[in-house]
Design a protein around this ligand. Structure first.
Ligand code: ADP
Ligand code: MG
Length: 252
């Protein structure tokens, strides 16, 4: 089962992705977690203390140089996950973490071929993975191209009950329609009242498949700089419900 989280910055993608990784592990699945946000946090949330030692895939210059057969403006880069050196992944108890990172370029923004290669590499790794995959995507919609989303079984758009988050979700849903994707689902976060649900329904024309409540346990872990591995509470329960829902959708 391959799942990507997207949505506006700050809506809770990484939080929910980390809790879902935990819930999938509880169900006995091996999990590959990929942090595709240029400022990565997923490793910290998953309790990988050595996260800062991990080399982002974007920096695998040696491997790029070694494996990229440059032909015209196009690269092909098809490393097998198992061939990736250990420095590109952290492993613990059936959970693997990879960090995509960002292509750094003088002057900021980058629509360079390396970025395209990186996206292709992501889709390639997701496609060949044998375990459940959870990708924590970059905020916004810019990354929302065919290569990134096609290998996914589910694209979960996280929304909070405010208009900015719904606007981003709406753009993502529009792009998904253009790409003829039928596996895009809304996940609510910090949903409190029936009015919140109504706002989402009015804004998007659909309701969340699962809604995560505001959870003081999540906030307390965040304040204390603790991972989300130990917390028990309404958010973790929602993650288990989300897992159950996803597992019940056909034989994936
Ligand atoms: N359900 C929740 N209850 C309490 N705090 C939350 C919840 N979801 C997210 N947060 C907090 O909101 C902030 C943003 O969440 P994060 O997962 O980093 O968002 P994103 O990855 O979308 O940018 C974090 O401080 C996180 O602890
Ligand atoms: Mg995040």
């Amino acid at each position: 089962m391959k799942i990507a989280f997207c949505g506006k910055g700050g809506v809770g993608k990484s939080t929910i992705a980390a809790l879902l990784c935990r819930a999938l592990r509880e169900r006995g699945l091996s999990v590959l977690a990929i942090d595709a946000d240029p400022s990565p946090h997923l490793g910290r949330l998953l309790g990988f203390r050595e996260e800062e030692k991990l080399v982002p895939l974007a920096e695998m210059r040696e491997l790029l140089a070694e494996r990229a057969q440059k032909s015209g403006p196009y690269y092909t880069l098809n490393p097998r996950i198992e061939d990736l050196p250990e420095k590109f992944m952290l492993v613990r108890d059936g959970l693997r973490l990879m960090v995509l990172g960002a292509i750094r370029e003088a002057g900021g923004g980058c629509a360079c071929p390396e970025q395209t290669v990186l996206r292709r590499l992501l889709s390639h790794l997701v496609l060949q993975a044998q375990e459940a995959v959870v990708v924590d995507m970059e905020a916004g919609v810019e990354h929302f191209g065919r290569a990134t989303v096609v290998p996914m079984d589910f694209i979960l758009v996280v929304v909070q009950p405010y208009r900015g988050s719904l606007e981003t979700a709406k753009q993502i849903l529009r792009l998904a329609t253009e790409l003829k994707l039928s596996n895009v689902l809304i996940v609510g976060n910090t949903m409190r009242t029936p009015e919140d649900e109504a706002l989402v329904r009015e804004g998007l024309g659909t309701t969340p498949v699962i809604s995560f409540p505001e959870d003081p346990e999540v906030a307390a872990a965040e304040r204390a700089g603790r991972s989300l591995l130990e917390i028990e509470g309404p958010a973790m329960e929602a993650a288990r419900r989300l897992t159950q829902f996803l597992l019940s959708q056909g034989d994936l």
